[in-house]
Design a protein around this ligand. Sequence first.
Ligand code: AHG
Ligand code: MN
Ligand code: MN
Length: 337
Amino acid sequence: MNVSGITTLDEFIIKKQADFPYSTGELSRLLRDIGFAAKIVHREVNKAGLIRNILGKTGNTNVQGEEVQKLDSYANEKFLNALELDGECAGVVSEENEEPIIFDHKNSISSKYIIAMDPLDGSSNIDVNVSVGTIFSIYRRKSDPNSKCTMEDFLQSGINQAAAGYVIYGSSTMLVYTTGRGVNGFTLDPSIGEFCLSHENIQMPQQGNTYSINFGNYARFLSPGVKKYLDYCNEVDPETGRPYSMRYVGSMVADIHRSILKGGIFMYPPTDDAPEGKLRLLYECNPLAYIVEQAGGVASSGTKRILDIEPKDIHQRVSIYIGSYNMVNRVLNFVNE
Ligand code: AHG
Ligand code: MN
Ligand code: MN
């Protein structure tokens, strides 16, 4: 904490480094790089409407004659730049790149860490001014530092995550992360350009009264248990507070953020056209599962704990039921009946 009584993200990260006595500070620097890139993306998300609808009406070029980039590729570029520049990580798997990006600068090669990320989650919401996010997951690499990182570094189970987090660009911008010792949330104060500790040691309610699912898929859900659970959510039962309210933003970061703070469940079950589920294991489900578990919640594919799944492919999809402890356990009972 500084004289103003505020704890900034950078101060907090440095303070927490003491929890890891043999730490070299590399993970701390990596987290700070991510915090920095998040501020740049925040700046751009906040003027998305300006650029597209006021400045960029004529087509794809802005006033400087530069191409107006899609925000997801912009976010990807900013995060990749931040991660490459300081050499704090050896490589990145990103939703925006088919192949892993393997850095070859000597500083990057000597790094112990790799990252998986969804630079912009909920991209269909940008044009309509609805919350979007960034999701990231950090692993200690398996291959020997001092050589380029390899595929086996990326194909690790979620249980191996060294840290994970998300940024939500909403009515305010927040960064929430864990290194496996609880979950902490920081709100960006744009007037000082700092993420400030606002949600210390977040524990999510074991039970909530909202559920999040794309209800439009009802006819396509493969599991009859999912439909039964949805009927259960909609049943009237004054004692339990049912029917629950349905909330679905279409940015899983936003839906899960709400569940973390207020209690609730988010589901993306298998459907006819996405029998393995739609969401990506490495950079959507694993990091959010790690955070939710750290906050006292549960994350399952329906048959397996998300964090225990061994990935075979970097862009692998998986079904997910994630959120408050009681709610996820209940849906799993329905699904596995
Ligand atoms: P992305 O924008 O990174 O592609 O992710 C969107 C994801 C997730 O955030 C959201 O919950 C889900 O896709 C929405 O999918 P449906 O439109 O199929 O409901
Ligand atoms: Mn996404
Ligand atoms: Mn995305």
